[in-house]
Design a protein around this ligand. Sequence first.
Ligand code: AKG
Length: 315
Amino acid sequence: MTATATAPTQAPVEFTKPFPALTPAQRYHLDMYGYVIIPKLFSESECGEMKEALYRLRSDLAGLPNPKTDNFRGAFMMINQPHHCYMGAVVQSYQPITDYATHPCVVGMSEELIGGRSRIVEVNAHINRRAPEWPKAQDGGPAFGFHRGIPAGYGCHYKNGLYHSNFVKVLTNLTDLGPDDGGTTVIAGSHKIEADDNDIIKAAYEDRSLIHKIVAPAGSAVLFTEALMHATGFINSDKERVIIISGYGEPYFPWLLMDSHQPGFAMDPAFLERIPEPLKYLFVSRGYIQRAPMYRTLGQPKDTREIKKIAWPKA
Ligand SMILES: O=C(O)CCC(=O)C(=O)O
């Protein structure tokens, strides 16, 4: 009798994400102010890898004949000045950047705020410093470029008494941000204020305690709803600031910044081919029915399992 060898079966890889991704106190802060900081979500070496990838991308883009209209692996320059480089659609460029946008904790946080499955809608990065000719701005000077991606009251809903938004961001500073280092600046609580944006800004300048600034060690992630009024902060120091920002929407969202700067934006077929199966949903737009609602209560503790990111096949 011959024995039939059975091939060992491999368990299908699943995309495990923390849920809830925030502690009750972090969730309370998020609801109240429209943002929450998760200090040192990324290690020094992870920050180093992401920074290196962004510097490499900056020189790839700067080497193109027309960095504003040409692209490198789908990425393009939105601002190309000696003191400020703003790169858009960077998700396909280098693995540390792709890993950031698909990181289980980052996606988990976005899905907690959305209240269901999310998809990546934009991934951008800023490398900026104070231009030498700029006068040193007074702390909280009057010229923040406050903006928001969706009006308050639009695309938001409540479940279990908690706020959810259909367009959210996770912004991570890859360099330390002290009070003078240009941390992202927000008008706290503006995500719930359905008044005219200019009136909100005027009110915040009248009472500067309404303007909060991100001061955090490198590797800290800020989760916020795009209904929150936010702006790049002033840099008064001589330090360079490097940040990466991943935007997530509900599954039915289209590509956002990518599409407006590159009409008809499409992912590179070779990149699409490499996406591990469990992460594919993050890169496609699908119907409302696929939103897979997911809600916590405030009292539910944070999921503290150690979750590993999914490995990608080599490019
Ligand atoms: O530069 C920053 O800190 C803020 C970035 C920003 O305004 C945005 O992502 O919309």
